[in-house]
Design a protein around this ligand. Structure first.
Ligand code: BGC
Length: 746
């Protein structure tokens, strides 16, 4: 290790410069809001706080709009309907306040990008920003101006179906990707007709859901809440996310829709957020089954006290707020505060000046730019997990490929969860891409073997094996159907469904090299399958252009550069398994696995450390892991100092060299660990990363800055502290491998 001399900081791990969002009450916007509030009846104010799902131009809906009893509509898609409803709101309601139309545009509207977990595997925020921008351009053409994204729940549980929609297990990576999505959705100017208001969701700790079961309870100590689950939301405030959505779960017994501490003390008072907070779908009425409200009226009361501005599909506010205000249980000031947040959003979106959407003759979908960016995103989202004997990329000597597996030609499934508006006929599948783009190079024999991922019928296996026998290489596209991940799609067993493992084994028996390509909404437990396969590409659900992206990677037109955004367990029983774990008092050592233990061994013969007898202590693949077609060497770790003061930055650098024979991109990762502190701290935590492209033989110096804030943590007394003592820093290719050095903070 060498010391850096007065190095300049090239890369700052700080996500954004912070800016206060507290509105200035004297601004002209606030004056206009005050003017509205002074003229609105209580009923009209409560109307603004009501969001319902679209009912077209039904009498029920037009009546509500005309009477000013609704502030927002979700899931209305037809531009003419949207314009007509808007016309009624603006021209026929007494206050003339425009509506705002929302929809879940999670990873694309028509042109679908990889699922967010896949985008996170790119470790390239530009990928996420591009995806969100394209989604905004496409969706806003229908009149939708608000998306319920990004989902920035940190999660360490691959059983949870919504892991697909998340950016994985790490607060820093989730923050960076979430901020990039907010930028993409909102663009440079929120009031532009092509901008969508982003919605940071689900506030908060939804990803900690017990046993990975959706909507389940969470128990999160304050220090963990602050260190792990809240940072992406704080980053979203700093990135000026226009709206927030509360989560369904309770945290330590208090559901988010009734959580004053979270929504008021933290979000408003500490973070000075002045955007709008919407409930999740029916989350206010769900306070009743949660067991903290006896009826809908009490639910409305608790949500209003907790600062939920808008009730999504709950009817709690419309049915009960008026009486609650009249009885004095809820103050009109609280109502005004909520309506103020809603009107501010509508002003910021430019809806008062420009409420309508121009209906276009040709919808701006699937533009060349959109498809090219989706293609690129899908390439960057794929992680190469194994490549025995460099079977990939396929060389010219490969003349015939067998294209097998239920995901090889599944246009809807490759899109993944949360794409209500997608059109699978626009998906290009791996089979189609190979047949189309690489037909000159190879002969393709296609036999799916199984018709869908859960298919257990072995009848097609013989045909797939016959195809494999005629081929030089087998490309086996396995995984999960789209419907197996997403909201309420949790799984207790996360292996490849159906008879896919049997099919893989049968293919392997042919003696032909087998490339396993997994398209799934979550990490699957594929230990056995990885052992069988010669090469493994983990592609998540890659979206519209998943096929061309995979074909390019398989045939070597593109080089894999993805890294895992979440730890892959060997067995589901290891969950939760994540790299930023605590060391424990007895970290794993001298691991004896279950089959190594002699029969009749004494209880005391095999040691007493922290691991599973049947899985050991390591994951199948660690966070941050991913191979390339080239190789990288890390050397020359340098620190600006081995001792810093509490108010000083530390600069760290190393050299990364491409030691292979192909151009490749590498995600260089920075981790730190606090070795001795007043609370047991994670063994290491990601603090920065950058993706660099290197030509064969080329070296680059990569520098990072570590700020005092990044070395701080929330202590037992709920204070953010930086404690003196010894720290370790790593720069490397994954959470499990890197150059390391120690430093201390005085
Ligand atoms: C989900 C949200 C989503 C909302 C509206 C809820 O069930 O939890 O993430 O935005 O529905 O569709």
């Amino acid at each position: 290790m060498k010391l850096l001399n007065g190095s300049i900081l090239l890369f700052s791990a700080c996500i954004l410069c912070t800016c206060s969002l507290r509105n200035d009450n004297s601004s002209s916007e606030e004056k206009k809001i005050n003017a509205f509030l002074s003229r609105m009846t209580l009923e009209e104010k409560i109307g603004q706080m009501n969001q319902l799902t679209g009912m077209g131009l039904s009498n029920d809906m037009t009546g509500l709009v005309r009477a000013g009893k609704i502030g927002s509509i979700l899931n209305e898609l037809d531009v003419n309907t949207i314009n007509e409803l808007q016309r009624i709101a603006v021209e026929e309601s007494r206050m003339g306040i425009p509506l705002i139309f929302g929809r879940d545009i999670i990873h694309g509207f028509k042109t679908i990008f990889p699922i967010p977990l896949g985008q996170a595997a790119s470790w390239n925020p530009q990928v996420a920003e591009n995806g969100a921008r394209i989604a905004a351009l496409e969706a806003s053409s229908t009149g939708i101006r608000w998306t319920f994204a990004p989902m920035i729940d940190v999660t360490r549980d691959p059983r949870w179906g919504r892991v697909a929609e998340s950016c994985g297990e790490d607060p820093y990576l989730v923050s960076v990707m979430g901020v990039a999505m907010i930028k993409g959705f909102q663009g440079d100017d929120l009031s532009s007709p092509s901008s969508l208001a982003a919605c940071a969701k689900h506030f908060a700790a939804y990803g900690a859901t017990e046993s990975g079961k959706d909507y389940n309870t969470t128990w999160v100590p304050e220090s963990q809440l602050r260190d792990v689950f809240l940072p992406p939301f704080k980053a979203a405030v700093e990135a000026q996310a226009a709206t927030f959505m509360c989560s369904f779960n309770d945290i330590n017994g208090i559901p988010s829709a009734a959580n004053e501490y979270l929504n008021k003390n933290i979000l408003r008072d500490e973070w000075h957020y002045d955007g709008m907070l919407v409930s999740d779908w029916g989350a206010i009425d769900q306070l009743i089954p949660h067991g903290i409200a006896a009826d809908l009226k009490e639910a409305a009361l608790k949500a209003a006290h907790a600062g939920i501005d808008m009730d999504m599909m709950g009817y709690a506010y419309t049915n009960h707020l008026e009486a609650l205000v009249q009885s004095g249980a809820v103050s009109e000031k609280a109502i005004d505060e909520a309506v103020r947040n809603i009107l501010r959003l509508k002003f910021r979106m430019g809806l008062f000046d420009n409420p309508y959407t121009t209906a276009l003759d040709t919808a701006p979908y699937y533009s060349e730019d959109a498809l090219q960016k989706a293609h690129h995103a899908a390439i960057e989202s794929v992680v190469l997990l194994k490549n025995k004997n460099n079977v990939l990329p396929l060389l010219d000597k490969i003349k015939t490929v067998a294209v097998v597996g239920p995901l090889s030609d599944a246009p809807a499934d490759q899109l993944g969860t949360w794409c209500f508006d997608a059109e699978p006929q626009h998906s290009i599948t791996p089979l189609a891409a190979i047949q189309h783009e690489y037909a000159q190079q190879v002969k393709v024999i296609a036999k799916k073997g199984l018709t869908y991922s859960r298919d257990k019928n072995p009848q097609g296996i013989a045909q797939a094996v016959a195809a494999a026998q005629q081929a030089d290489v087998v490309l086996f596209f396995a995984g999960e159907e789209a419907v197996l991940s997403g909201e309420a799609r949790s799984r207790a067993s996360i292996h490849l469904p159906g008879a896919q493992t049997d099919l893989l084994k049968a293919l392997k028996k042919t003696g032909k090299p087998v490339v396993l390509i997994v398209m799934a909404g979550r990490p699957l437990t594929i230990q056995e399958e990885v052992a069988e396969a010669d090469a493994v590409l983990y592609a998540f659900h890659g979206g519209t252009m998943a096929g061309p992206a995979l074909a390019d990677l398989i045939f070597g037109k593109a080089v894999p550069s993805g890294k895992l955004p979440i730890t892959f367990p060997r067995l589901v029983g290891q969950v939760p398994i994540y790299y930023a774990h605590k060391n424990t008092g007895r970290p794993a050592s001298n691991i004896d696995l279950i089959d190594d233990i002699p029969v009749g061994a004494a209880q005391t013969s095999i040691g007493f450390t922290s691991y599973h007898l049947d899985a050991g202590d390591s994951p199948l693949f660690p966070f941050g892991f991913g191979l390339s077609y080239t190789t990288f060497e890390y050397s020359d770790l340098q620190l600006s100092s081995t001792t810093i003061n509490k108010n000083e930055n530390l600069s760290v650098a190393c050299t990364v060299k491409n030691t292979g024979s192909r151009e490749g991109a590498e995600v260089v990762q920075l981790y730190t660990g606090d070795l001795v502190a007043s609370l047991a701290r994670p063994v290491k935590e990601l603090k920065g990363f950058t993706k660099i492209i290197l030509q064969p033989g080329e070296s680059k110096e990569v520098r990072f800055t570590i700020t005092p804030e990044q070395l701080s943590f929330w202590n037992h007394d709920n204070q953010l502290v930086l404690e003196s003592g010894d720290f370790r820093v790593w720069i490397g290719e994954s959470s499990a491998k890197g150059l390391e050095a120690n430093f201390s903070v005085k």
